[in-house]
Design a binder for this molecule. Structure first.
Ligand code: SF4
Length: 176
């Protein structure tokens, strides 16, 4: 039975809007799947916004945005997009790679291309954690930088020496 928001028949968890998006994408050629860790802090927000910029703007024709929650727990089709994608890129907020780890609970052999966003920008981690602590323009600026890097390295094939990037291991003083 549909309640107008989604399909509830048989216990299947379907987001109507998500399923419509998936259906439209599946009508075309397979696209690169773009995911983010979706973390609730500054690092997660920047990863999330970077994924949005890539899939909805800069690489709109070549990629598709995956809802992590639905891909792991739902039946709207996002997991099918991941399985059919020639490549999946997960933009992770930090070295914990939560997006990838969460996805492995549904696809145990999930093996995406991982981009650690925090290696591409820096901010005062002692000052900021909550998303609204940082001006929106600054978040968007970092997210654009991450999205540009992914576009150049993963879609345009430009080689960038990763040894020149910032470390990502933790937030201790030497690594900040
Ligand atoms: S990868 Fe880092 S930023 Fe993203 S959810 Fe996990 S701990 Fe948070």
């Amino acid at each position: 039975m549909s309640n107008g928001c989604g399909e509830l028949t048989g216990g299947r968890r379907i987001c109507a809007e998500g399923a419509r998006y998936v259906e439209k994408v599946l009508r075309g050629s397979p696209k690169t799947a773009i995911m983010a860790c979706e973390g609730g802090c500054i690092k997660g927000e920047i990863a999330r916004v970077a994924a949005n910029i890539l899939a909805y703007q800069s690489e709109r024709d070549a990629s598709v945005r995956i809802c992590l929650g639905d891909a792991v727990t739902g039946d709207s089709g996002f997991v099918d997009l991941v399985k059919k994608a020639p490549e999946t890129i997960v933009i992770e907020g930090c070295f914990l790679h939560c997006g990838t780890q969460i996805m492995k609970t549904r696809i145990p052999d999930f093996n995406p291309t991982i981009v650690e966003a925090i290696r591409l920008y820096s901010f005062d981690r002692d000052k900021y954690f909550e998303i609204f602590d940082m001006p929106r323009a600054e978040i968007d600026q970092y997210a654009q930088k991450v999205a540009d890097h992914v576009q150049q390295t993963k879609f345009q094939g430009n080689d960038i020496n990763v040894s020149t990037l910032a470390p990502s291991c933790c937030s201790c003083s030497p690594c900040k």
